[in-house]
Ligand binder design. Structure first.
Ligand SMILES: Cc1cc2nc3c(=O)[nH]c(=O)nc-3n(C[C@H](O)[C@H](O)[C@H](O)COP(=O)(O)OP(=O)(O)OC[C@H]3O[C@@H](n4cnc5c(N)ncnc54)[C@H](O)[C@@H]3O)c2cc1C
Length: 562
């Protein structure tokens, strides 16, 4: 690596003079910049060279790298010992936990938040990408193709609804038609089913496409799922198979002895472990740093997403995007997705941000994105949007997944840089991490199968998809199912109580919302939130002021009135 050449290039192209060195086979950048954009640009220049990764330590004055953490400390987990400790209960940590629960191992999954799927895994599009976009033979490509395939069985085993919609890449000019040849060559290479469709055929699939759409490339293997329901399902199945999940438990440091991590230090005490799996999403580089094994930097890339009311869901059935539109104003991202619940999801866009958990949204960029993306269909308008939110992607400068055993530590596994298509790839990533973990553990003892492992999980009842006879039967048995709490989504008291009694204890309004959809409709909880709070308060024996929206930082009732 020619470090001086990189330094000069950064100076010329970005206008900052930074120190460039080599560490852990990665390029390390140190110095100061005025703007975050300069930091990111410098990172990409360094990543262009043949290095394992980029450690970008360039500072800007405005830096805000705070992340949410539990606000209490105790020693409750001090006596805990495990074979495998997984950090982070997003889709990646939970899918790994479930795969490893097949073995007779003592596994602990720690999550700093009050529930699973609180970050990227509940703030994404839920698209099971077909595997067309990643570079052929990249790790992303391999994981995406296999993940897409594995979800067919996993969604059945875990009882999570999945719509096999297929996706459409749309174009507004016949001049671009030769692209279909390039696309089909790529599809052949990766054994992906695909079809070129001219407007007439496209309209058979999507009758409401705008006049401007002339042709499209169809990838039938794309699917849609609810990302948070899938994460919850993975976590519940893992817990049912014996793994221990500790929520509100933040890893603050790790203890190293020679080439091994022996303990992790959390706000709830010190846990002894034989293997550590780093699935901490946008914070994976912080964990790697604690272990003294950081050869990458995560630079968060925010994406805003808007959701249109179910009432316009009938105008669109699949996944579709127009690259020309998504790439406008340098913001790559998605187009439109019909969710499993029947809403039309719009977006995301993409912006580099400093803060790992920057979930702010901007009126300007949202409006721009919604108008742009809706250009491809008729009959859906900005006024149909009922809510919006943002998530951050865990991008590294190499823009590749990192799924490997540390080169320097014998028991530390990196699962980092898991940005899109991370959700689509999760089952394959879990499979890969399972193999790495077994290889490490089998060096010290013979890992046996868990004879009681049960891959099947059944979800709680959903009244709104039952026929009248089935509903009546259920209500006759338990009248709580006859009391509708959320009118928009038709969610009953019985379903909310089921969620309160589910394998991962939920006691927040958002936890109930994610599991049942209560509060996800047009009124966004305006009517049902107080009722849901009362049910939580009664069944969890909590005062109303102790029923929170997301966690103890998001108080709803300030003062008890009764
Ligand atoms: C806007 C957007 C749209 C996307 N769309 C898609 C899509 O359609 N399809 C697709 O395949 N992918 C998509 N992705 C990517 C996908 O969301 C991610 O790849 C995936 O969710 C990553 O999962 P994860 O478990 O690694 O991260 P996360 O879900 O972020 O989980 C990491 C967890 O680690 C926890 N953690 C962090 N630090 C600590 C600590 N010190 N101690 C304890 N716990 C800790 C965090 O609290 C968090 O819960 C999208 C992403 C975004 C942002």
């Amino acid at each position: 690596m020619n470090l001086e050449k990189i330094r000069k290039k950064i100076k010329k192209k970005v206008g900052i003079d930074v120190k460039v060195s080599e560490e852990l086979h990665a390029i390390k950048l140190e110095g100061n910049a005025k703007e975050w954009e300069q930091v990111v640009k410098a990172g990409y220049i360094a990543a262009d060279s043949k290095c394992k990764g980029v450690i970008n330590n360039i500072l800007v004055d405005t830096i805000d790298d705070s992340i949410s953490k539990p606000n209490f400390y105790n020693e409750e987990l001090d006596q805990e010992e495990c074979d495998v400790l997984i950090i982070g209960a997003g889709i990646i940590g939970c899918s790994i936990a479930r795969e490893l629960s097949k073995y007779k191992l003592n596994i602990i999954l720690v999550e700093k938040e009050h529930d699973v799927a609180m970050h990227a895994s509940s703030r994404n599009d839920g698209m099971i990408h077909p595997g067309f976009a990643p570079k052929i033979n990249s790790l992303k490509s391999k994981m995406n193709l296999r993940g897409n395939y594995l979800y067919n069985k996993i969604s059945e085993d875990l009882d999570v609804e999945m719509n096999k919609t297929g996706s459409l890449i749309l174009f507004d000019s016949y001049k671009t038609l030769p692209l279909s040849l390039i696309f089909s060559i790529k599809c052949k290479k990766i054994n992906l089913e695909s079809k070129t469709l001219l407007r007439k055929k496209l309209l058979e699939l999507e009758p409401n496409l705008a006049e401007k759409v002339k042709w499209g490339y169809y990838l039938p293997s794309a699917k849609v799922m609810s990302p948070y329901l899938m994460t919850v399902a993975y976590a519940e199945n893992a817990v049912n198979n014996g793994i221990k999940l500790y929520l509100d438990t933040c890893v603050m440091n790790v203890v190293r002895k020679n080439k091994e991590i022996t303990h992790v230090i959390t706000n709830q005490g010190e846990i002894k472990t034989k293997v550590v799996i780093n699935a901490a999403g946008t914070s994976a580089d912080i964990i790697a740093d604690m272990a003294g094994d950081r050869f990458y930097t995560i630079h968060p890339r925010k994406g805003e997403i808007a959701l249109a009311d179910k009432k316009v869901g009938k105008y669109f059935n699949r996944i579709a995007g127009m690259p020309e539109i998504s790439l406008k104003s340098k913001s790559k991202g998605g187009g439109l997705i019909k969710t499993v619940a029947g809403n039309i999801l719009i977006g995301p866009n993409a912006f580099e941000v400093q803060k790992k958990e920057d979930y702010t949204t901007s009126n300007k960029s949202l409006k721009e994105m919604i108008n742009d993306r809706l250009e491809i269909i008729k009959s859906v308008h900005q006024r149909d949007v009922i809510t919006y939110f943002a998530g951050t992607r865990a991008a590294t400068y190499k823009e590749e997944f990192i799924i490997e055993l540390s080169e320097n530590l014998d028991n530390f596994i990196h699962v980092a840089g898991i940005q899109s298509p991370g959700f689509a790839s999760a089952p394959a990533i879990a499979e890969r991490v399972e193999n790495i973990t077994l290889e490490v553990l089998n060096k010290s003892f013979n890992v046996e199968k868990n004879k009681n492992y049960n891959p099947i999980r059944r979800k709680n009842k959903n009244l709104n998809i039952m026929d009248k006879e089935e509903r009546d039967k259920l209500i006759h048995k338990n009248s709580d199912y006859g009391e509708i709490i959320c009118r928009c989504e038709e969610i009953s008291k019985g379903e909310i109580i089921d969620a309160l009694n589910s394998p991962i204890s939920v006691d927040t309004v958002d936890g109930i919302k994610r599991r049942t959809r209560a509060g996800m409709g047009r009124c966004q909880g305006g009517f049902c939130m107080p009722l849901i709070m009362e049910i939580i308060s009664e069944y969890k024996n909590l005062k109303m002021k102790d029923v929170y929206k997301k966690n103890s930082e998001s108080t709803i009732v300030v003062k008890e009135t009764k």
